[in-house]
Write a protein that binds this ligand. Sequence first.
Ligand SMILES: [Zn+2]
Ligand SMILES: [Zn+2]
Length: 370
Amino acid sequence: MSMDMTFLGTGSAYPSPHRGASALVLRTEGECWLFDCGEGTQTQLMKSQLRAGRITKVFISHLHGDHLFGLPGLLCTVSLNTNPDTQEKMNCVDIYGPRGLRNFLRVTLGLTGSQLLFPYAVHELEPTPEQSPEEGRLSLEMTEERGPLHPQERLGSTIQLDVSDDCYVLFEDKKFVVKAFRLFHRVPSFGFCIQEHDRPGRLKTEVLKELGLKPGPLYGRLKAGEPVTLESGHVVQPSEVLEEAIPGRKVCIFGDCSSVLGPGPLRLCRGADILVHEATLGNEQREKAVEHGHSTPEMAAAVARACCARMLVLHHFSQRYKPSSSQEGRDEDSVSELRRQAEEALQDSGVEVTLAEDFLTLPIPLQRPR
Ligand SMILES: [Zn+2]
Ligand SMILES: [Zn+2]
């Protein structure tokens, strides 16, 4: 199954002509999952190879505008482009994010009289008080939803921290298990860990032949992990005839943060194929970055090193950093300096560093067993 990730916005704070506000799409066969949706995400989507109508799930890391202002508009445009005569887009769009998101959407869509041609549900993550300074905690009055559901809204769930694992279990299906973890920011922020299930290794056809097994349904059963009894009474265990399992891919996408919180994040992100982390300001501005709840390349690198990630992807750059393709900007504001800082911190770690740019697509290949 092919899998890739496209960055639609890599700037912090607001969209500019050089960088869109935060948004990225993780694409697997047939499905697109959107992570954050800053203002202008819909036009970025139109400029990309992706189709907004393919988005089936949305994940919002935190409620800052540069990660959220684009969502109501995007939902409305997807609806406008939906053909009401086809059933294609009638599936419920599941939206995951911090407590308060349900109210935000209900009020925004409600006050603007926005109708959608498809249902949506907001599943809220309940933050813990340690995730932000006191002034960043939202009161119940601000987050509690009032009034009836929006006509297209379906009841969503409220997801609490699983204290034993220090994470939030969002959902699990045949292909993936998706969890969230806690980060520290000016308002409660979350990261997401998308873990693909391992898949069985290839069948050892030589061994199967020796056992006298011919290709057919029995092969499928062995591959599905079921033992098979031969006519002779001999039981063939799947482990005898299967090569080593192919490990599922792991993609970890961090929201804005100046640090992780609790043991959950590093535990969940261990061995990530791709770890996406913000680097809003350069190392020389660490104090300012931390004061605003953000990270520097060195700080992001420390997380990637602690997780033994294969690749660290930096994004969410201050708008002062122009893309490296642009001729503008003074040298000290060059985004490649941020890459250099991360690489320096990751010397001898084996972690590869990539700078995200708007419309960069990264393939996420399957890896051989380690
Ligand atoms: Zn931000
Ligand atoms: Zn933020």
